[in-house]
Write a protein that binds this ligand. Sequence first.
Ligand code: IMP
Ligand code: MG
Length: 177
Amino acid sequence: MDPGKYKILFTEKEIHGRVKELGSGISEDYAGKSLVLVGILKGAFVFLADLMRNFEKLDVEVDFLGILSYGDKTSPSSPPKITKDLSIDIRGRDVLVIEDIIDTGGTLEKLIVHIERKKPASLKICSLIDKRGRMKSDRSIDYVGFEIDRGFLIGYGLDFGEKFRHLKEIRIYEEDS
Ligand code: IMP
Ligand code: MG
């Protein structure tokens, strides 16, 4: 895989600006509450780390849920699988799920069912990228960083075959023309 085939879609500066806005919005919405952030491994860890440092006056706890969706392929093949469960008891808590990217929405549906079984007081979803394009399901995402129609992205936590998560910017794959 040649990273040169990926052109910059969102710069480091654009990402930080948008993450700051999301952080302020979430802080306002949850003002005075105690929030459990649930990061979806592995892709969301970079976004989560930046997002929570933009919270103002929020009481926050952090946990992670491991879900394997793509393996090392660029399209979903088998149903998503839970690989690591939560360690915080979220019964009666306000939970905000942090995702990197929503594509078919299969991973999201799986994790919502899993988390709702634990009876949180509330459950909202925040995704850095919504890639559902025109195929949008009726599931609305409470906080979205960027919307795109199609393309495979890497960087800022997003991988291809476990690589490129460290890139500061988000890049998109370009087919040969
Ligand atoms: P979904 O189940 O089809 O919504 O896929 C969601 C998961 O697939 C995300 O949490 C990512 O881990 C992975 N994924 C989807 N699109 C991309 C992409 O463009 N780049 C990297 N990973 C992706
Ligand atoms: Mg993911």
